[in-house]
Design a protein around this ligand. Sequence first.
Ligand code: SAH
Ligand code: SF4
Length: 368
Amino acid sequence: MGTPPDTLGDMIEATTTEALAGRPDLKSLTRDELRAWMVEEAGEPAFRGDQVFRWLHARLARGFDGMSDLPQALRVRLGSAARIGGLELEDVRVAGDGTRKLLLRTEDGHRIESVIIPMQDGRLTQCVSSQVGCRIGCDFCYTARMPVRKNLAASEIADQVLRAVEVLGEGERIGNLVYMGMGEPLDNYDQVVRSIRILLDRQGQDFASRRITVSTSGVVSRIADLGRDVPVNLAVSLNASHDVQRSRLIPINKKWDIAQLMAALEAFPLPPRRRITVEYVLLREVNDTPEDARRLIAMLRGLRDRVKVNLIPFNPWPGAPYGRPEPASVDRFGATLRDARFNVTIRYSKGEDIGAACGQLDGEAVAA
Ligand code: SAH
Ligand code: SF4
């Protein structure tokens, strides 16, 4: 343990920090958990949990003081027994194509990013982060280079959406939510699932489950859990056409190889008319050759009606050991898959000029 505090200031500081750490973050609880907490920990009726949940997640309250339908004495008690986690919005950057990047700060001073992307159909897609940095360490991904690695709390994941709601203009609405920002969602499983339950809740933001997609680099042990726990869409970053290549790009492939990943995709529960998204980042002369396309087709043959393939031309970042293929070779790769009757989309990322594209997120503002 550290040395005892030697000034009054230090002592107050230490007490405050410890007290804060010990207080439960009510914003990270699902509504059911909040109802149970009210009964068991606060000795209040369960409906008070619903009230607090609505204040936090629908009415965007930042403190207990303003929760006007709660008795004053309870508000004071909650203020000393519990806390409200979340994020501060530091900056919003707007790219030439309308993509907005929110720069957010955690209570303990880490920076994270979330991106709002205008889609062709006029809807907005928001890309949320699940961790500060990422432990998976993919060679082509900027987030992996961040020195800090930390799980986000459910309140910090949900708050990316709430902060976004506050910056949207008149008539704008987040249509789709993708867990494709910084971090590996299935490496922070409990908080990610909590955040999804919170965002799906009818008394909160009331997202439709078909509008939420979780992307994983292939944490196979958790894919089945996800399918069982929450009815969201699954995306998998395949990014390679054989095991040696994939293990080089995505180290987790050494733990769960392509065959195990394919088996998990086959077993994943899919509601009617939904598909699993297979993401494939195209790296010039690494995984973009005609042989790669052929191997990919063979690998996915049994899953053709269960998947759609998103081809993502690599987004370069300073010092990246990879390059983006020429458009003609991207098109050729896509055409080969389409000829084999795969559902294929080529996704040129948006917001590149503000460092908001896939794999460019690092928690720092890029000079625009
Ligand atoms: N950790 C999860 C989700 C976040 S990464 C995952 O890996 O799936 C989101 C997507 O961005 C992944 O498909 C990843 O392969 C892709 N990506 C990472 N770096 C990229 C880059 N520099 N250019 C293009 N796509 C990239
Ligand atoms: Fe992590 Fe995904 Fe980046 Fe890999 S691609 S390092 S899993 S965020």
